[in-house]
Design a protein around this ligand. Structure first.
Ligand code: GTR
Length: 368
């Protein structure tokens, strides 16, 4: 498999230092992903954005945490919208800002609400808080619905120029969700219970594709985690194993920009591959996880993307993954700045996955 080299610029020069990576190659790769895969967001932080803490429960999670329900509202030429973020912080924190996790949830609000709906391995807020982290979740579908609606609803309808044809690299739904997670970061920067400089952005599956893209674009996130993200997430497209570019564009035409479908069945023509998306996290720690029965997401392709991202970390004098062979299940690789594990079982975000992410965060966020 012939992969594009993250360490060679478009004009064919070798990237020999972290400075050249930052100044030239990183922007080039970001631009390639914008143009050909996820599309370009027309707006960053909207000027008129507002945060409103709509609810504070001091006895959340059986009394151990305070939960804030925050509404982030924004307005554009096409109307108004808002996104909810639910944040749990430990009642033991006593005003000390906590590092934390932001889960990009594509599940409905009511399904990710441990106080009202009970505990759930997808969102183990209580375990996260018990480990000393703030546990925040934002709701992707508040930002943009997960269906092909010709980009009429959600933030596309709000921020795209009205009555103007969409460009082939206009943002699609994954870019919109990533944009939403960045707005949650804008909020964290104002919340004194949260240490916004130590936040890991995390998502599962379509959310994992989103967390990688969000972390690539928004370097305020100190760690990037993708759980079972598969095709157009962490898995190398050129392997064409499991879900392919053609399959994903057919099944989910709203996730990517129009240009992406040029690569249906032609993965080898792509100017990028997904190891370069993983590498865009550098020098921040990044973590990719697979599940043994999740062949649709191509676990080996997810692992190999980490292997091939390693050179970029080395430029920074950091250890990357430190392995070239796929580890056995339940044998996480966490010694460097790229983490990886294979979990036994099916596609899903489980307690085991979360335990690994918290172990990895302990290593990087709690360094003396
Ligand atoms: C599947 C899709 C995958 C993955 C998954 C999910 O149907 O083919 O790319 O994102 O959905 O999000 O659970």
């Amino acid at each position: 498999m012939d992969l594009p080299d993250p360490l060679k610029t478009l004009d064919g020069k070798k990237v020999t230092s972290a400075e050249i990576w930052r100044a030239k190659r990183r922007p080039e790769i970001l631009e390639l992903f914008r143009k050909h895969v996820y599309g370009r967001a027309p707006v960053g932080r909207p000027e008129n954005m507002k945060f409103k803490v709509e609810e504070v429960a001091k006895d959340a999670l059986g009394g151990v945490a305070t939960r804030k329900l925050v509404r982030i509202s924004f307005e554009g030429p096409g109307g108004k919208g808002s996104m909810r973020v639910s944040v749990y912080v430990s009642n033991k924190a006593k005003g000390k800002p906590a590092p934390g996790f932001l889960l990009i949830s594509h599940r409905a609000f009511g399904k990710v609400d441990p106080d009202r709906k009970g505990a759930n391995p997808f969102w183990p807020a209580k375990a996260i808080v018990a480990r000393g982290y703030a546990a925040a979740v934002c709701f992707a579908q508040d930002v943009d619905p997960d269906k092909y609606d010709k980009f009429k609803n959600g933030v596309h309808g709000i921020f795209d120029k009205p009555d103007t044809p969409r460009a082939p690299d206009a943002w699609a739904t994954i870019a919109a969700w990533a944009w939403g997670a960045s707005r949650a970061m804008d909020y964290f920067e104002t919340d004194t219970d949260i240490d916004a400089k130590r936040i890991a952005v995390l998502g599962h599956s379509r959310g994992g594709k989103t967390s990688l893209w969000c972390g690539a674009e928004d370097q305020r996130f100190a760690m990037v985690i993708s759980n079972n993200s598969g095709c157009s997430g962490a898995a190398l497209a050129r392997r064409k194993s499991g879900e392919t570019v053609a399959r994903i564009n057919k099944g989910f035409p709203h996730w990517f920009c129009d240009n992406y479908s040029k690569f249906d069945g032609k993965e080898e023509d792509m100017p990028v591959d997904q190891h370069m998306l993983v590498a865009l996290a550098a020098p921040r720690p990044v973590y990719v996880a697979s599940a043994s029965k999740d062949s649709w997401a191509d676990p080996l392709g997810e692992f190999l993307a980490c292997v091939h991202a390693e050179g970029v970390y080395k430029l920074f004098g950091l250890n990357g993954l430190g392995a070239s062979e796929m580890p056995k299940p339940e044998s996480p690789l966490q010694s460097g700045h790229i983490g990886y594990h294979l979990r036994t079982g099916r596609h899903g975000l489980t307690e085991y996955d979360w335990k690994c992410y918290m172990d990895f965060a302990d290593k990087h966020f709690r360094k003396k």
